[in-house]
Ligand binder design. Structure first.
Ligand code: ATP
Length: 273
């Protein structure tokens, strides 16, 4: 299993129960989109899957290991096999793009190599290759505070492509991108996961993007899993129930030229939002 959560709950320090009784498993190579309204617990779930947070209750295994029973060294090695694309990449603003991408492998390199790489980029072709897949190959030596928010978000994606982790976690990875770039970037992530048989879990704001690219959809609301099923089985009624608190309109990408993102199970007459 890539991960297994059994009866997992997460209560924040202030007593807020962000996740309640979560049962969720994924096999290696599965691609899962997590959708749900603001505050549903998507980021918290990904933080648990990345071992950034420990569950308050229940059992959690990641890549067949129990992270919170490992020695610090073993936990570090486990984390090196997990790659996270953050909504706002935690990249020092003065860092060069190339260095930010190469940092993807810091967890796997010996300390001396990691430190050397911060001073002198050791694998420029590797970083350029990852950036080129996101049309950013020419920004290799730019400083991260000299590129746009959307470009920085794609640098975060390139970092994970370079890392080649067994488990990719993407938390709203395209929130700063226009609809065309958002689709292209999600497609690159999915293609990378497919090619390497890595597991991919992405939280996405746009429902149509999730349904178009991911075979399995998890709906989260108020910290609980409301549905977990193939994309083709997600109905309009299920989506409206999931997003009931956000009004009539479903969150979708803006309408730009695109292939039809609707799942086969939904009727032609269905109007998003
Ligand atoms: N550090 C924290 N302390 C207390 N409560 C928190 C903390 N982080 C998140 N929460 C709360 O936990 C709940 C789940 O938050 P989370 O960020 O996981 O939701 P989300 O689905 O990712 O939301 P969004 O789509 O708005 O990013 C929210 O009610 C949030 O206010």
């Amino acid at each position: 299993m890539s991960f297994r959560l059994e009866g997992v709950g997460l209560t924040h320090a202030n007593g807020h129960r962000a996740l309640v009784d979560i049962d969720l498993t994924a096999r290696p190579g599965e691609q899962v989109a997590v959708i749900g309204p603001s505050g549903a617990g998507k980021t918290t779930l990904l933080a648990l899957l990345g071992s950034a947070l420990a569950p308050s209750t229940g059992r959690l295994a990641l890549l067949d290991q129990h992270p919170w029973m490992l020695t610090p060294g073993a936990l570090r090695r486990l984390r090196a096999r997990i790659g996270t694309v953050h909504q706002s990449p935690p990249i020092p603003p003065r860092q060069r793009v190339v260095t930010a991408v190469l940092a993807g492998r810091l967890g796997r390199w010996p300390l001396w190599k990691g430190l050397l790489s911060l001073l002198y980029p050791l694998d420029i072709p590797g970083a350029r290759g990852a950036l080129a897949r996101l049309d950013l190959g020419e920004r290799l030596f730019d400083r991260c505070d000299a590129i746009s928010g959307g470009q920085l978000q794609r640098v975060g994606v390139a970092r994970v492509l370079y890392q080649q982790p067994d488990l990719i976690l993407a938390d709203e990875p395209v929130s700063a991108l226009d609809p065309t770039l958002a689709r292209q970037t999600v497609a690159v992530l999915c293609a990378d996961a497919t090619a390497r048989q890595a597991t991919l879990v992405a939280s996405l704001h746009a429902v149509d993007l999730a349904l178009a690219h991911f075979p399995r959809i998890v709906g989260l609301r108020e910290g609980r899993i409301v549905f977990d099923c193939p994309a083709g089985q997600v109905s309009e009624a299920m989506l409206h129930a999931l997003y009931a608190a956000e009004g009539e309109a479903l969150p979708v990408l803006a309408r730009e030229p695109r292939s039809d993102p609707r799942p086969a199970g939904l009727s032609e007459g269905h109007a998003w939002g």
